[in-house]
Write a protein that binds this ligand. Structure first.
Ligand SMILES: [Cu+2]
Length: 267
């Protein structure tokens, strides 16, 4: 959950995705070991300053001794770093970035970033995304959804508010309308650039229900700091209910207006 107050807080934000504990573990190991190395080197440095200070009757020796022994600390640190990279760094990175869960078993969402908002496009109950066309983009149709496409009838479009179900991976396919943005949910320990003209993917499997902040992690213009949203992780039942209510609301809006208009949530 987001801490609403700006009081003193130590440590990382609450971990809320399947891969977050692995990333936290690696960060903790790095910090603890680096603090250890810093303390050992610091003590040794101070010892050398005192033991080899300039004083009467002592002169420097300018020939090398113990060349082999001097490689031992470097060798240990090299071995430790190789262990970190090969045993943890690469496998954890691969589990986040190289192994997306199968889309057929995931909740799929398209994200269209713009200065300065996250447009969120759901395929709706049919699981099919309606066609989007840049020529259809207007004040009331921020993603250019083609409402004449049968697949877009039950599509849901929200702004800055993303709902996802618990117990299932969510796959985001993202693009940008203008400049490079970066989708970041610190509780999920993930981050992915959102680039105009490209589709980039990001997946996560939430492990907790609640509200988690989406931030833009790429300085993208004057409104960058306002480019904030929320992910609402719901139980599967709550998610289905939410989806139904969104589709019903959209159908109501369309018939009331006598025209087709995508549902937009601003909250
Ligand atoms: Cu941005």
């Amino acid at each position: 959950m987001i801490k609403e107050d700006w009081g003193f807080q130590t440590g990382l934000p609450e971990a809320a995705s399947s891969y977050a504990p692995n990333i936290d573990w690696l960060m903790n190991v790095l910090h603890v070991v680096m603090i250890g190395i810093f303390v050992v080197w610091g003590v040794y440095f101070i010892y050398c300053l005192v033991a080899y200070r300039a004083r009467d009757g002592h002169t420097g020796t300018y020939h090398q001794t113990g060349e082999k022994a001097s490689f031992i600390p470097d060798g240990l640190i090299l071995a430790f770093e190789m262990w970190l990279i090969l045993a943890f760094g690469i496998p954890i990175w691969a589990s986040v970035k190289q192994s997306t869960p199968p889309p057929s078993e995931s909740n799929n969402i398209h994200v269209i970033a713009q200065q300065f908002a996250w447009n969120i496009h759901y395929p709706g109950p049919d699981g099919k995304f309606g066609r989007r066309d840049v020529k259809l983009v207007s004040a009331s149709n921020s993603i250019g959804l083609d409402e004449s496409d049968p697949a877009s009838k039950d599509d849901i479009v929200t702004i800055n508010q993303m709902s996802v179900p618990l117990g299932k991976p969510t796959i985001l396919q993202m693009t940008s309308k203008d400049v490079i943005h970066d989708f970041w949910v610190s509780n999920f320990r993930n981050k992915q650039d959102v680039v105009p003209g490209l589709n980039t993917n990001l997946w996560f499997e939430p492990t907790k229900t609640g509200k988690f902040e989406i931030a833009c992690a790429q300085l993208c213009g004057l409104g960058h700091t306002q480019m904030v949203g929320n992910v609402f992780v719901k139980t599967p039942e709550e998610f289905d209910e939410w989806q139904k209510s969104q589709v019903a609301e959209k159908a109501g809006t369309a018939s009331a207006a006598g025209a087709v208009a995508p549902s937009e949530n601003r909250s």
